[in-house]
Design a protein around this ligand. Structure first.
Ligand SMILES: NC(=O)c1ccc[n+]([C@@H]2O[C@H](COP(=O)([O-])OP(=O)(O)OC[C@H]3O[C@@H](n4cnc5c(N)ncnc54)[C@H](OP(=O)(O)O)[C@@H]3O)[C@@H](O)[C@H]2O)c1
Length: 343
């Protein structure tokens, strides 16, 4: 059968754009030609993540997901879809699933193939009372990243002062609300008045814009006695400001450094403060904490149902819009989880 996929046709030097991708025909077996263990999926939603930018070069960072080869479909991007045909036990036409062959309209997925540390392995989803695309956001890898980051540095306790950067983004907005539901006092930073208004007025989170107020001023204003836990989505100047603002024995969850994905690394230049203040800095990957997935889905699902956790999406339509969605995400033009709708 005929379908289409996005290929990377050139690696960006600086900012990514549509010129680095092409929509290319994709030839797939017909439903009655599937091999044993294969499932044919019509993808309906595909994820857009900052980490994709790290893989748009000849080599990805050591230990991370593999770089995308040129002129081939992009394997290792989480996607939700509907099963059209199956020769794998446990999967039937009509099932909603997630898998790792995104940025294309259809995929033939091997049910037994472990993908993306297991988080991208073909999985049937219970969408009763839930939208399928929530499994790319709050009930999927974004929820797992937020939840496991807090688990790694703080054991899911409460009672501290938490700062989360990129607070209006997919991970950040979940961190802010999960931390608040765990009993922390939360402040968030973001890059525009619109994002700050959403955080403050709709989510009830104290927030400031780092573009309108120096980071250290915003932190001093909202957390005059310092912070106990910093969830770092940004790196660079944000991590530096956090080191200044941390209290003794504070903890920092190193989730990502989106401020340097399209440029040179930017510090921090005050790392000795981690020693002086006896801080714990912990890098982590949500995909390496699959053991927490069921617990996270249960707790976050309950908070969503109770109105104690809201999620928001920035939706782009059609496969050809995915490169623009990625460029917009990295430039800070999206709010909440950034998604491409394929159906
Ligand atoms: N460790 C893991 O397992 C894992 C998993 C998923 C994601 N991540 C990381 O988590 C972070 C957030 O990912 P996400 O998917 O939730 O993306 P997101 O927050 O929805 O989007 C990225 C945001 O980064 C902010 N940003 C971009 N450049 C910036 C800069 N120079 N300074 C400050 N902020 C900047 C923008 O928000 P503003 O408008 O507010 O600037 C933008 O909206 C990323 O670092 C990502 O790589 C880690």
């Amino acid at each position: 059968m005929k379908s289409v996929a996005l290929h990377v046709v050139a690696y960006p030097e600086g900012e990514v754009g549509p010129e680095h991708f092409a929509v290319v025909p994709l030839e797939l077996p017909d439903p009655d030609q599937l091999a044993e263990g294969e499932v044919l999926v019509r993808n309906t939603w595909t994820s857009v993540d900052p980490g994709l930018r790290l893989r748009l070069s000849a080599a990805a960072p050591d230990g991370y997901f593999a770089a995308f080869p040129l002129d081939r479909p992009m394997d290792g991007v989480l996607t939700v879809g509907e099963v059209l045909a199956s020769r794998a036990a446990g999967f039937a036409p009509g099932d909603t699933v997630w898998h790792s062959l995104g940025w294309r309209e259809h995929a033939v997925v091997r049910a037994d193939e472990v993908a993306m540390n297991g988080v991208g392995t073909l999985r049937r989803l219970d969408v009763t009372g839930r939208e399928p695309q929530w499994f790319l956001g709050a009930l999927g890898p974004m929820g797992l990243t937020a939840y496991s980051g807090l688990a790694v540095v703080d054991g899911l306790g409460g009672g501290g002062v938490v700062w989360v950067s990129a607070g209006a983004g997919a991970v950040g907005s979940l961190v802010a609300q999960i931390a608040r539901n765990l009993g922390h006092r939360v402040i968030a930073s973001a890059g525009s008045p619109e994002k700050v208004a959403w955080l403050r007025d709709e989510l009830g989170i104290d927030a400031f814009s780092y573009r309108d107020e120096p980071l250290r001023d915003g932190l001093r204003r909202l957390a005059p006695d310092g912070i106990d836990l910093y969830f770092d989505n940004v790196g660079g100047d944000h991590l530096e400001a956090a080191l200044d603002a941390m209290r003794m024995h504070g903890r920092i969850a190193l989730c990502g450094t989106v401020s340097d994905y399209e440029s040179e690394p930017r510090g921090p230049h005050n790392i000795f403060l981690a020693t002086a203040k006896h801080l714990t800095l912990a890098g982590f990957r949500g995909s390496l904490h699959l053991d927490l997935l069921d617990e996270m889905q249960q707790r976050v699902g309950d908070w969503v149902a109770a109105g104690r956790l809201l999620h928001r999406e920035s939706v782009y339509d059609g496969l050809e819009s995915a490169p623009t969605a990625l460029a917009d995400l990295l430039a800070g033009r999206t709010i909440g989880k950034t998604l491409v709708r394929l159906a």
